[in-house]
Design a protein around this ligand. Structure first.
Ligand code: FAD
Length: 487
């Protein structure tokens, strides 16, 4: 186990994908007192027991690729970097399960499985760097979700170190949880590292499909994809993944000198199965997409986009922050939520491409991202205003934002209702009586002073920021590059 209190290193751990402006130090002590890298479950138990004795917080961290501050301290303490716990413990091809430590990246695991003829059904698009523990912690949706579901659906068992230092198993490695009492696995999926630290995961795997085929269709406008997606959801065709990007996303990529299609919007689908079933599904997709106004794009475009699925934020190479917002909206309200999101982008004077996925047969995930100078206090704080307003659009359309973290913890009551949110808070109190496990997130927006910011205060502040952004001059980041493209 490695421990460091080096200042530079601690600073590196004081932010995640979306760095906080230093002015926020008034409220949050994001700089940890130390960074510890455990190798074994026993190391984690030891650290947790020590934290209980001293009352100092512990913050579990994977790769820090989430943008809601889940792995960033709000009142110092120890950041527990789990990336050294990255071993594959066993690949059991007879029973189709793999057991791993949680600090392995999704891509490293997928590659190791692929080499032995197996297949990982779902992973986040940040798979090259995101860890298993991190994505399980956020309970996110990702690649593979349309056909197979998300990580929680494929977990057989997890070993978890509770905030008291007690170690539990949430299921059985080789048999499902049916008839085994309440499903403990799901208690920790999406708990954002506040209920305990995942130290081992057993996942179901599949034999590699005989055929994996990417197909892509362009539409002159993203809104036109809505009716096609609803027909696909009812057709029985089940692509592993369906993702889309709008024109501005591709314009930025071309401005960076990357290869990208010149289309209003592109939908890329990955079909998996036997060759015969994939042939049939492709035929059916062709029929639905083209009859709804889509145009089939060449195989090379589809394969290129599938390869690019893990690199959505290449535009960061422009030297700008690409700040994403993420919301789930019901299928039937896709066009309405999209139109409202576009109006918000215009009103807030942003340059914001819209990308997203069809997350399952009921819903879409919209992920607009905007370019900004993340080191500029005013500009970067208004990012939160955009996220708040985008969330309001999702709520108004029967959906909701994805994740809580530090800043959106006030949404918990909206997600689960007052009584549901109270239950989640009481479970937290029961599991973590000394409040050492990743405090100040998910159930509250905590501060360095130990007091929580009330939900109405956060909402008011974020609405103010959004209002301020409307009054500020237009963001110009990336426009110079785009204008060169037009010449
Ligand atoms: C390019 C890009 C694409 C992305 N695509 C997706 C996507 O498709 N789907 C999606 O859902 N998200 C996506 N994200 C967001 C993010 O990558 C995911 O949430 C990711 O899985 C987080 O993993 P991480 O290892 O970086 O976790 P971190 O950011 O380090 O942590 C996330 C949360 O999990 C907790 N945690 C970490 N490890 C453990 C552990 N061992 N035990 C308990 N809690 C733990 C942390 O405390 C924190 O609250 C994307 C981000 C980027 C930059």
């Amino acid at each position: 186990m490695e421990t460091s209190d080096d200042k530079l290193e601690r600073r590196l751990y004081s932010h995640d994908l979306a760095p906080l402006p230093k002015e926020m130090d008034v409220l949050f002590k994001t700089m940890p007192d130390q960074v510890v890298r455990p190798n074994y479950t026993e190391d984690v138990v030891q650290i947790v027991k020590k934290a209980n004795a001293t009352g100092k917080p512990i913050v579990p961290r994977g790769a820090g690729t989430w943008g809601l501050g889940g792995s960033v301290p709000v009142k110092g303490g120890t950041v527990l970097d789990m990336t050294s716990m990255n071993k594959i413990i066993s690949i059991d091809g007879k029973n189709l399960v793999v057991t791993v430590q949680p600090g392995i990246t999704w891509k490293a695991l997928a590659d190791a499985l692929d080499a032995q003829g197996f297949f990982l059904t779902c992973y986040p698009s940040s798979a090259p760097s995101a860890t298993l523990g991190g994505w399980i912690g956020t309970g996110g949706t990702g690649i593979g979700a349309f056909k197979y579901g998300t990580a929680g659906d494929w977990i057989r068992d997890m070993e978890v170190v509770l905030p008291t230092g007690v170690v539990i198993h949430t299921g059985d490695k080789l048999v499902p949880n049916n008839g085994g009492g309440p499903n403990l696995t799901w208690l920790f999926v999406g708990a954002e590292g506040t209920y305990g630290i995942v130290t081992e995961v057993t996942l179901i795997i599949l034999p590699k499909p005989e055929e994996m085929r990417a197909v892509a269709y362009s539409f002159d406008d993203l809104a036109k994809f809505g009716p096609a997606a609803r027909r696909i959801a009812r057709s029985g065709v089940a692509p592993m993944h369906m993702m889309f990007s709008d024109r501005l996303h591709f314009d930025y990529l071309r401005a960076l000198g990357k290869h990208a299609p010149e289309v209003g919007c592109l939908v890329t689908c990955m079909l998996t199965g036997s060759k015969d079933s994939v042939d049939l599904e492709e035929k059916k997709l062709d029929e639905i997409m083209t009859s709804e106004g889509g145009k089939k794009e060449p195989k090379e475009t589809a394969e290129h986009e599938w390869h690019e699925r893990n690199y959505e934020f290449r535009v960061r190479e422009l030297g700008a922050g690409a700040i994403p917002g993420e919301v789930l909206v019901p299928m039937e309200n896709f066009e309405k939520a999209l139109a409202e999101t576009r109006a918000l982008i215009t009103n807030m004077k942003l340059n914001a491409p819209i990308i997203g996925t069809v997350s399952d047969i009921n819903s879409f995930m919209l992920m607009p991202y905007y370019l900004t100078d993340e080191h500029n206090f005013l500009r970067s704080t208004t990012a939160m205003g955009f996220g708040k307003k985008l969330g309001d659009i999702a709520f108004a359309n029967g959906g909701r934002p994805v994740g809580l973290g530090i800043f959106f913890a006030g949404n918990l009551d909206k997600y689960r209702g007052k009584e549901g949110a109270e239950l989640i808070r009481s479970i937290k109190k029961l599991l973590d009586p000394n409040e050492i496990m990743n405090p100040g997130k998910m159930v509250e927006t905590g501060t360095r002073f130990g007091i929580s910011l009330p939900a109405f205060f956060m909402a008011f502040g974020m609405n103010m920021m959004a209002g301020m952004k409307r009054l500020m001059p237009r963001d110009r980041v990336g426009e110079r590059e785009l204008s060169k493209l037009k010449k």
